[in-house]
Design a protein around this ligand. Structure first.
Ligand SMILES: Cc1ncc(COP(=O)(O)O)c(C=O)c1O
Length: 456
């Protein structure tokens, strides 16, 4: 593998990513800069991969690059042998620049620009999704070797971010689309769906898998060699989600066994984004300004008793035009944890938290209870790896926070071991007689050169 350099640090034995947050805060507090920053624990990405393999042994993850395209994350996942879901030419370029083989890429955007289909074709990327006749006609014109995957719509009404309002063919349209593909001489190899990002309803997966089976049967009927099921994304990325990952997989596995049993020979992939990266990232911001508002209504009585009711406005150095774009685009609710832990009897105030730009829209928290803090104090936001850095801007000239990537040596060695040997086959898969590496893509190449690391 062409292991392009990326910057990360090894954790000293006994130290965790939390200790690095502390260290960076201490270092930064000695200067006047106090810029916002991230700490990304790449060991957490490894943990997610192992959790995925345990819970979904039949499903090969193709990480959705759009969720977080940081090189360190992509390199880690490439070393772990995942595939990649790319939405554009630039994402394909990025993933291929890491030495990933085109067979490990699915171009999972059903509505693509012609020049970008040509780019995929020229660079060996064959798997791509479609959900309309027009897309089939474009592919027929400019990609001879495309292996097409028909994206179907799902019931995503219980997802935080709905996708089937924009993408996915209705079941009743599928036969016509497959017939058109046949007429154009195209190769349809399977079906994909996405139940919506932040899915809270495991039944949506079950229904979508059953629907995919219907479309498979239509394809087989028309003479296509249907051998790929792509169950998309939608998996939770942090423990505070409304549904646990394993609650969802407990529904997916029996549905796969029912509709796509092992002996069907169908390869199953997924496009998880949030699942892999959300919990790996902690964002640390600094309070750059503060306002105290006197609450007129309650002041009168309480003032007599010497208590003035106040609410506080804190301004911090990252906002909705930066990392907190997830509030607008990803419907995220972000609440801080405090760097200085409040005393048990410390007074709390009604507070709002605002980003640094001059826009009134730039509000991170409308109302929460916080103690009286000062300019220069720090706030931490956990679970900030998904749909944050990927879409942030430098509006008003505010720079994006630096990302400090860390990993423990044992975790790093584990990544290298998986890179060289693949994942061990779980006992239950052996009993099911699943081929080696539990059907997961296996990356047998050992990085020729380790990325640059230093010890923190
Ligand atoms: C086609 C596709 N695949 C995968 C994903 C990743 O979804 P998630 O982060 O919910 O796993 C998305 C997210 O929008 C998507 O549009």
């Amino acid at each position: 593998m062409n292991t392009a350099e990326f910057d990360f640090s090894f954790l000293e034995e006994g130290f965790s990513a939390k200790d690095i947050v502390e260290q960076k805060i201490n270092e930064s507090s000695m200067t006047d800069d106090r810029d916002a920053f991230y700490v990304c624990d790449l060991g957490d990405v490894l943990k997610k991969h192992l959790r995925w393999a345990r819970a979904l042994p039949r499903v090969s993850p193709f990480y959705a690059v759009k969720c977080n395209d940081s090189r360190a994350v992509l390199m880690t996942l490439a070393s772990l042998g995942t595939g990649f879901d790319c939405a554009s030419k630039t994402e394909i370029q990025l993933v291929q620049s890491l030495g990933v083989d085109p067979s490990r890429i699915i171009y999972a955007n059903p509505c693509k620009q012609v020049s970008q289909i040509k780019y995929a074709s020229a660079h060996g990327v064959q798997m791509m999704t479609f959900d309309s006749e027009m897309e089939l006609m474009k592919v027929a014109r400019c990609h001879n070797n495309a292996k097409l995957v028909l994206r179907i719509a799902t019931d995503d009404s219980k997802a935080v971010c709905r996708l089937s309002i924009k993408f996915g063919a209705q079941l009743k349209a599928c036969r016509g689309l497959l017939e058109k593909a046949k007429e154009l001489g195209l190769d349809v190899i399977g079906v994909s769906f996405h139940v919506g990002s932040g899915c809270t309803d495991s039944a949506a997966f079950k229904q979508a898998i059953a629907d995919a089976r219907c479309v498979f049967d239509m394809g087989l009927d028309l003479g296509f060699c249907m051998n790929l099921l792509d169950i998309g994304g939608g998996f939770p990325g942090s423990e505070d989600a409304d549904i646990k990952f394993e609650e969802i997989t407990a529904v997916i596995n029996p549905a796969l066994d029912k509709y796509f049993p092992v002996d069907s020979g169908v390869r199953i992939i997924a496009e998880p984004g949030r699942f892999y990266v959300a919990s790996a990232y902690t964002l640390v911001v600094n309070i750059i300004a503060k306002k105290v508002l006197i609450d007129d209504d309650s002041a009168s009585d309480e003032e007599d008793e010497g208590i003035i009711d106040r609410s506080l406005m804190y301004y911090v150095n990252d906002g909705v035009y930066g990392s907190f774009n997830c509030i607008l685009y990803d419907h995220a609710h972000c609440l801080p944890t405090l760097h200085k832990k409040p005393k048990p009897d410390e007074a709390m105030y009604r507070c709002s938290i605002w980003g640094p730009t001059c826009d009134g829209l730039d509000r991170i928290v409308e109302q929460c209870n916080l103690p009286d803090m000062h300019v220069g104090d720090w706030l931490l936001f956990e679970n900030m790896g998904a749909y944050t850095v990927a879409a942030s801007s430098t509006f008003n000239g505010f720079q994006k926070p630096d990302i400090h990537n860390v990993i423990s040596r044992p975790a790093w060695q584990h990544v290298q071991q998986i890179c060289a040997q693949g994942l061990p086959v779980p006992a239950e898969s052996c009993m099911l007689d699943v081929p080696a590496c539990c059907g997961r893509e296996r990356n047998l190449e050992i990085p020729s050169k380790s990325p640059q690391a230093h010890v923190v």
